[in-house]
Design a protein around this ligand. Structure first.
Ligand code: FAD
Length: 370
């Protein structure tokens, strides 16, 4: 069988690419060694958030958020898509100035963000401790249950004729298409490497490393929190040094559960729960929301974010390749940016003009450093 496009990886990024390409009328096959949403996607938090840490990050996250909002009318209730909004919590006056800077950035880029003082912050989230300086409310951010959303995107691709091959490991990308571990060759006009943290195994030289994270989910406590709550220094800890870090990041689920993050560790390969990191992460959260101490956790897990040197994903054709595309390295924003990524990949393969400039995400910036 000769396909127009073979996609390696049925995480949220590969699934979104499959839905976009199959909807555009191309014949598509999705190949995954393990299962739909079985990799990093299974471990994520599902916060769809517009970020302002660079112009390119803002462009991709805000474009993708718009696409999620458009798709939300099609999403079944099992995808738990909710516009809970984000509050970036400022602990002191210094962080409140950061909130003001952030607000100016969003406003100057056409987004809306509302500054909260101490009193309005507590009114919005009564379980936050007293004495916090304020925060920034971004109402347009949302959450999705990324496992069912990935399945939804795969179903959508199948409805447009895509074939899904689970249990087939790709061993190599060749001029013909994809060579599987069992020796079979799946021939395709183009290949999309959406293998997440494993993408460099198939496209050697791609600079993607694992960044480990922990998450905790509680039993059901409806109304305990109303917004995604993130401490304002989160960005510093998210992108800064390569040393271990924890930050307060809380998500209310539509089930009434509270999902709690987050931690970041480089150079760690094992999936084990690190008790020191876990304690640091929960203690940090207790500083912001003391009542969390009384909630019961039902599950704790870890996952690996696929991280690139400049914190932007690789999206587009590999340099020196006629037909291999990469859609990988989405770090802690792959659920947010999956839909924008898929459009950029479809645009590149179909020769369409893109809604945002594809330049900042092209994989050749990775190779240009050598
Ligand atoms: C703790 C944590 C919290 C997060 N929170 C958020 C959040 O709130 N918001 C957000 O936007 N993002 C979040 N993320 C990031 C997000 O989860 C990832 O960026 C995203 O899931 C990456 O998706 P992917 O499809 O690229 O990779 P994956 O989900 O890892 O999919 C890759 C797939 O490729 C398959 N594969 C690999 N190698 C091969 C091979 N050789 N042959 C065949 N198949 C192969 C794997 O089986 C896997 O299914 C979080 C991540 C973590 C770890």
């Amino acid at each position: 069988m000769n396909y127009d496009v073979a996609i390696i990886g049925a995480g949220i990024v590969g699934a979104a690419c499959a839905a976009a390409l199959a909807s555009a009328g191309l014949s598509v096959v999705v190949i995954d060694s393990t299962g739909i949403a079985s990799g990093t996607t299974a471990a994520g938090m599902g916060h769809i958030v517009v970020m302002d840490d660079s112009e390119a990050q803002f462009a991709l996250t805000s474009y993708s958020q718009k696409l999620w909002d458009e798709l939300s009318t099609e999403l079944p209730p099992s995808c738990e898509y909710e516009h809970c909004g984000t509050i970036w919590v400022a602990a002191d006056d210094e962080e409140l100035s950061e909130a003001r800077r952030k607000q100016e950035f969003y406003t100057s880029h056409g987004s809306t963000a509302e500054l909260l003082d101490e009193r309005s912050l507590r009114a919005a989230e009564p379980n936050l401790r007293e004495g916090l300086a304020g925060g920034l409310l971004v109402k347009s951010d949302s959450v999705v249950y990324q496992l069912t959303a990935t399945q939804f995107l795969i179903n959508k691709a199948e409805q447009h004729g895509a074939e899904i091959r689970i249990g087939s490991a790709a061993a190599a990308i060749t001029a013909e298409g994809v060579k599987l571990a069992n020796g079979e060759v799946v021939s395709a006009g183009a290949v999309v490497n959406a293998a997440g943290v494993a993408a460099p195994d198939l496209s050697p030289g791609l600079k993607i490393v694992k960044k480990k994270g922990h998450l905790v989910i509680t039993q059901r406590y409806p109304g305990f929190a109303r917004h995604q709550l993130i401490e304002l220094v989160y960005l510093r800890s998210a992108h800064a040094s390569r040393s271990d870090s924890v930050a307060f990041n809380l998500q209310p689920r539509s089930t009434g559960q509270v999902l709690l993050g987050s931690s970041r560790q480089f150079g760690v390969e094992d999936e084990e729960i690190d008790q020191v990191i876990l304690r640091g992460m929960t203690e940090r959260a207790f500083e912001y929301v003391p009542g969390l101490r009384d909630l019961s956790a039902v599950r704790i897990w870890t996952g690996f974010r696929p991280t690139t040197p400049d914190n932007l994903p690789f999206i587009g054709k590999l340099p020196d390749s006629k037909s291999t595309y990469v859609a990988a390295g989405h770090e802690g924003l792959g659920i947010t940016t999956a839909l924008g990524t898929a459009e950029l990949i479809a645009d590149a393969i179909l020769g369409r003009e893109s809604a945002i400039s594809p330049e900042p995400y092209l994989p050749d910036r990775n190779f240009a450093e050598h």
